[in-house]
Design a protein around this ligand. Structure first.
Ligand code: G1P
Length: 304
């Protein structure tokens, strides 16, 4: 029987430079998709998969991430006074068990592998999940729950994978694949951000992982990989052959919210999933697509 999966690490130390100026004074993980910050989607997905303990690997200027999951006493008192029960209900989802979130600092930006290594005391000897909050996965069964099922079945490492266009392999961790049943694929090798001509496949890792604690030993060697950084992918590659290692073609749609277009697409997709908004969103989308000069004519109408 494999050890239960109860811990998750959330690397949130990144500067979010792609979203400046929005991220000048706020954490990029606090950017909302519709009305919920990215970090909350990640925590909710983790809880749904049975995670009980969280470690955020933070950096300077990230205090809002911790505040977000705290009790907001004054705000709640004011809402209660004003009888705003729906709003109070919304806040309930931001409350976690006391003591279930810890933070560690990544003092220097040495890469994702280094960020995970910073959480080593939290991880101890237990299996753990990693969620990169930039990656949102819209799915009937949450992506991490799908991975957790495979972990329970194989007792080893599992990462979420998806096919990417050949010319984009240099943005991702890429798999060298073994036995493949169309859903679950055995991993024989991993390369971080290879040029398309060197990529062993076009199957890429997205930001959901279930890993065994032994990966920390390899990350601790601080070997520099792609981009001069300590790469999680390189640490994971060392486990291959020693422990089961699988990729799961998850069911769902992934949005890269670290990218402006991906982020905008996520807004639309998540809004369309909300019954109270879907019709209005569909109506304005039709207006924009059927009448490309809609905005311009609206502005000139106002100017008159
Ligand atoms: C990281 C990982 C990469 C993975 C990607 C998924 O890259 O290093 O292996 O494919 O996340 O989003 P980053 O996006 O931090 O450059």
């Amino acid at each position: 029987m494999s050890k239960p999966l109860r811990k998750a690490v959330l690397p949130v130390a990144g500067l979010g430079t792609r979203f400046l100026p929005a991220t000048k004074a706020t954490a990029k993980e606090m950017l909302p998709v519709v009305d919920k910050p990215l970090i909350q989607y990640a925590i909710e997905e983790a809880r749904a998969a049975g995670i009980e303990q969280f470690c955020m690997v933070t950096g300077r200027g990230k205090t809002a991430l911790v505040e977000h999951f705290d009790v907001a006493f004054e705000l709640e008192a004011t809402l209660r006074e004003r009888g705003k029960t729906a709003e109070l209900e919304v806040l309930r989802d931001t409350q976690v068990e006391p003591g279930s979130i810890v933070t560690v600092r990544q003092q220097v930006p040495l890469g994702l592998g280094h960020a995970i290594w910073c959480a080593r005391a939290f991880i101890g000897n237990d299996p753990f999940a990693i969620l990169l909050p930039d990656d949102l996965v819209l799915a009937d069964k949450p992506c991490l729950s799908q991975l957790a099922d495979v972990y329970r079945d194989t007792g080893g490492n599992v990462v979420a994978v998806t096919e990417v266009p050949r010319e984009q392999t240099n943005r991702y961790g890429i798999l060298r694949t073994g036995k493949d049943d169309g859903r679950r694929v055995e991993i024989l090798g991993l390369v971080e951000k290879p040029a398309s001509k060197d990529a062993p496949s076009n199957l890429s890792i997205i930001g959901r992982y279930v890993l065994m604690p032994e990966v920390i030993t390899y990350l601790g060697r601080m070997e520099r990989g792609a981009g001069g950084e300590v790469q999680l992918t390189d640490g994971m590659a060392r486990l291959i052959g020693k422990q089961p290692f699988h990729g799961l073609r998850y069911e769902g749609q992934r949005f890269d919210c670290g990218d402006k277009i991906g982020f905008l697409e996520a807004q639309i997709a998540y809004a369309l999933k909300r019954p109270e908004m879907a019709d209005a969103v569909r109506a304005f989308l039709t207006r924009y697509t059927d009448q490309p000069d809609f905005v311009v004519s609206a502005i000139s109408r106002e100017a008159v």
